[in-house]
Design a binder for this molecule. Sequence first.
Ligand SMILES: Cc1cc2nc3c(=O)[nH]c(=O)nc-3n(C[C@H](O)[C@H](O)[C@H](O)COP(=O)(O)O)c2cc1C
Length: 256
Amino acid sequence: MCDACPAVPGARPGRPEPPGHPVVVIGRLSGNVSQVHALQWTGTTKPQLLFPRLESWRTMTLVTELTSRKADTTAPLIDPLVDRWSPRAFDPNAVVDEEALRTVLEAARWAPSANNSQPWRFIVARRGTAAFTTAHDAMAGFNQVWADSAAALVINIAEIADDEGKPRPWARYDLGQAVAHLTVQAQHEGLHTHQMGGFDAAALHAAFELADNLEVVSITTIGVLGDVDALPDVLRERESAPRLRKPLAELVLLGE
Ligand SMILES: Cc1cc2nc3c(=O)[nH]c(=O)nc-3n(C[C@H](O)[C@H](O)[C@H](O)COP(=O)(O)O)c2cc1C
């Protein structure tokens, strides 16, 4: 809950007072209690037209309302690349639309790969499922703290050898490309992703009884941006830390 807007939680249902700074209101609409809406509420927009139908609500502060998380690029990039970043504050109540989930996986499916071998496999674990708990249990503690709030986890798996046991040397590279496609498409869908390597891959391999030619490489959390104030202090600071990259001149070893 945002400390700066104490008036909102106690406000009369349907007529919350504007907090005077940007928050997001998540509420239940009367007549359809299963429907949860996120409304951008800047405090300057009169929300009465929408809010009277809200039976209950809670507020959250998005870090993107406090500071830009956009990439400070030296060339004009497409929006999803500029906007993509890896948050830790996910909304623990947000559910990712099934169609959006299918769409981001479809983006991964259309990634290029060596010899079109498509050596990527995914385990999709929605929050609240047994598979999600299994993934959670394998995560390092510093990742469990925030990843539990994500709407879904995608466990990224490389097929490192074909059915005859012949190695696929580019499998991890190809998987990375597929995951990159997924993250960019997710951003385009209005979702956020945060990849992680801090987990016990062997534990997941065993738990999901994966074949020997499959290797668990990373996990991608997918979700909706949540309340930055819900994070522990150290993570809240990191959430708004400057986004830095090496200069292009350092990355291009030779550019004749
Ligand atoms: C393979 C891989 C492993 C990562 N592992 C972790 C992790 O275990 N925990 C974490 O909080 N972030 C992890 N990250 C996220 C990176 O720290 C993050 O992408 C990087 O700092 C750049 O920030 P940005 O994605 O916001 O641009 C990982 C990212 C990748 C691609």
